[in-house]
Ligand binder design. Structure first.
Ligand SMILES: *Cc1c(COP(=O)(O)O)cnc(C)c1O
Length: 601
């Protein structure tokens, strides 16, 4: 893509490289090996920016310009130094020693794309506010859509992150359901027939159009029966009367492994905590498909419409992939047999970029189950994906995608001062956020145009991350045979420490001690997490693995997110891997020798 400007066509680039070669070309380097290149490009970028400015609106220099500048300059330099000095205390997340969370070094295309756009400071609310930024955003969304399998019809926009992208999905699902319920309410009041909430709330657009034609119900009448366009309390009362039973509102179906943003969404959208229906997980920490089916049945029985069914691709805790193919197969079957259209959202904030691996040959990288789960994401209504996680782009950069424009539809709002139809549609009316920077979109765009969101670009790099994960897992087992791993679909390693026959409570104590060791030492950063409610099957299976017994209803694990690109370099692996092994050995020995533990593990 060319951004519609007469730029020279992109330089040809050979597209088959190892993760190691790509890391060498597209990242600053664990030892800042690309520092000179980056400095040159940054300086050339500033030259370009100043040249651009010089040709526009130049103003004559004021008289005391020089004196003021030198004074202010001193102050600026001094305070800037103070700021930079303060930032040296920041957690160094670029290094392969950082394994704690979903953050690693930034890529060169991301840094350069971000800066290039930031200097022009485009606001993607509308093409009027940003002629170029809006175009960059559109192309970057197309790149992401193509990677996710959505095709040319994709719609969407960049958000500050996965949380807001998830909210965008709820906003749209709620809008759609509200239209459908409102139409059903109009018909029921016209005909006197009893209203079935569940049927009505999932009627689908084709039936919606048929019915509104048949009963001659216009937009205005629907607005008057809408809980969003009119008074929600009145509408709930009218729905209850029309159906002869109290309307208790919709539910949100989410897996037990969900991110906490879904609870926030329920809160913000006024659904109430009770409306978050959590589906239990299987022994791999993935949504249990049988429990999912039972939860839909329960919603039907209790006449609670399903606002959205959410599946997670790459859970925040373990990087697991829900069985998205099986989940969507079931929803397809419900459409077929019952005519129900239930909104399907995939929260792929973390794992969405693993779709770049789907087309790698054979069994490379991910297993068959993970592959068909990733493959199925393209059947979603909407997707959340975070370039600021596995695409190595700076914060704050998430994205929300829908399969087409119809699914993108949402309550519309007017802003007369932004209405310039000749410039094309603005995003301001259909985004939860107002002013939005194009910097993240530009970083994503430049990454797609250089590294590439395909099996040979980012896919190769992520394959490298999976290999590094396998390497680290083997290393951990070698130095700590008491490490007990939770099943992993991707590049997050979770393990507890337990001897054969230990009780879970004892394992939790040992694991906590190992974690504390890491926390108190500057060598490596790891994180920890707890598997509590919803994770019963995984806990049972895990403890069975060391013939232990379950005497606690929470399980603590140490968590390592292996996404740092430098782990795919053998030199880094040798150096940093050895240091990690030493650290872990010391931590585990300390834990086992402390208190009641016997030291032979
Ligand atoms: C990180 C994450 C989110 C939230 O994204 P933010 O960018 O932190 O707002 C949501 N869902 C999943 C699965 C995530 O991993």
């Amino acid at each position: 893509m060319s951004l519609n400007t007469p730029l020279p066509s992109p330089v040809e680039m050979s597209r088959e490289h190892s993760a190691e070669a790509l890391t060498g070309a597209f990242f600053p380097g664990a030892d800042s090996q690309n520092g000179v290149r980056l400095r040159e490009q940054m300086s050339a970028m500033l030259d370009h920016w100043f040249q651009w400015r010089d040709h526009r609106f130049s103003a004559p220099a004021s008289e005391n310009h020089e004196r003021l500048t030198s004074q202010h300059d001193l102050r600026l330099v001094e305070r800037l130094n103070a700021l930079q000095e303060a930032l040296t205390e920041e957690t160094p997340t670029f290094t392969p020693r950082y394994l704690a969370h979903m953050k690693a070094d930034l890529s060169l295309p991301a840094i350069l794309g971000w800066f290039a756009a930031m200097l022009h400071n485009p606001n993607t609310t509308s093409p009027e506010a940003s002629r170029v930024g809006s175009r960059i955003e559109r192309e970057a969304i197309r790149h992401l859509g193509e990677m996710m399998g959505f095709g040319a019809q994709v719609e969407g926009h960049f958000t500050s992150g996965g949380t807001i992208a998830n909210f965008e999905a709820v906003w749209r699902a709620r809008y759609r359901m509200d239209r459908w319920l409102a139409l059903a309410l109009c018909i029921s009041q016209q005909t006197g027939a009893s209203l079935d909430f569940f049927d009505a709330a999932h009627m689908g657009w084709p039936r919606f159009r048929d019915l509104s034609d048949r009963y001659d119900i216009n937009e205005e009448a629907i607005d008057a029966a809408s809980a969003l366009a009119s008074n929600p309390c009145d509408i709930i009362r009218r729905l209850s009367i029309a159906s002869g039973q109290p309307y208790r509102g919709p539910v949100l179906l989410v897996p037990g492994n969900r991110h906490y943003s879904w609870e926030k969404a329920a809160d913000v959208f006024g659904l109430g905590r009770e409306a978050v229906w959590s589906v239990e997980l299987d022994e791999g920490g993935r949504m249990d498909i049988d429990k999912f089916i039972q939860t839909i049945q329960r919603a039907h029985r209790e006449r609670r419409p399903i606002l959205a069914a959410v599946a997670v691709a790459g859970t925040t805790e373990t990087g697991a992939l829900d069985p998205i193919d099986a989940i969507f197969d079931h929803l397809d079957a419900l459409t077929e047999t019952r005519g129900w259209s239930i909104w399907r959202h995939v929260d792929a904030a973390y794992g969405g970029f693993f779709r770049t691996l789907v087309h790698r040959p054979g069994d490379e990288g991910i297993g068959a189950r993970a592959r068909s789960s990733l493959e199925a994401i393209k059947r979603a209504d909407s997707i959340t994906i975070d370039p600021h996680k596995l695409s190595y782009v700076p914060y704050a950069c998430g994205a929300f995608l829908t399969a087409d424009a119809q699914r993108y539809a949402v309550s519309s709002f007017d802003a007369p001062y932004l209405d310039r139809p000749e410039l094309g549609p603005g995003k301001w009316a259909s985004t939860l956020e107002g002013s939005r920077s194009a910097a993240g979109a530009a970083a994503t765009w430049l990454t797609a145009e250089t590294l590439g969101f395909d099996e040979n670009g980012l896919g190769s790099l992520l394959k490298g991350a999976l290999d590094a994960t396998a390497f680290l897992r083997a290393l951990i087992l070698r130095v700590a045979p008491a490490a007990r791993f939770v099943p992993a679909d991707s590049n997050i390693l979770c393990f507890s420490i337990a001897r054969e026959g230990d009780a879970l409570s004892e394992s939790n104590r040992l694991t906590e001690a190992v974690f504390r060791h890491f926390q108190s030492s500057p060598g490596f950063s790891v994180s920890k997490t707890t598997f509590a409610a919803g994770w019963e099957a995984l806990r049972t299976e895990h403890v069975k693995g060391y013939k232990g017994h379950l005497d606690a209803d929470e399980m603590l694990v140490i968590r390592c997110v292996v996404m740092n690109p430098y782990w795919c370099q053998p030199s880094v692996r040798d150096r940093v891997g050895g240091l990690f092994a030493d650290e872990l050995r010391a931590a585990v020995e300390g834990a086992l020798n402390d208190g009641s533990g016997s030291p032979q593990c």
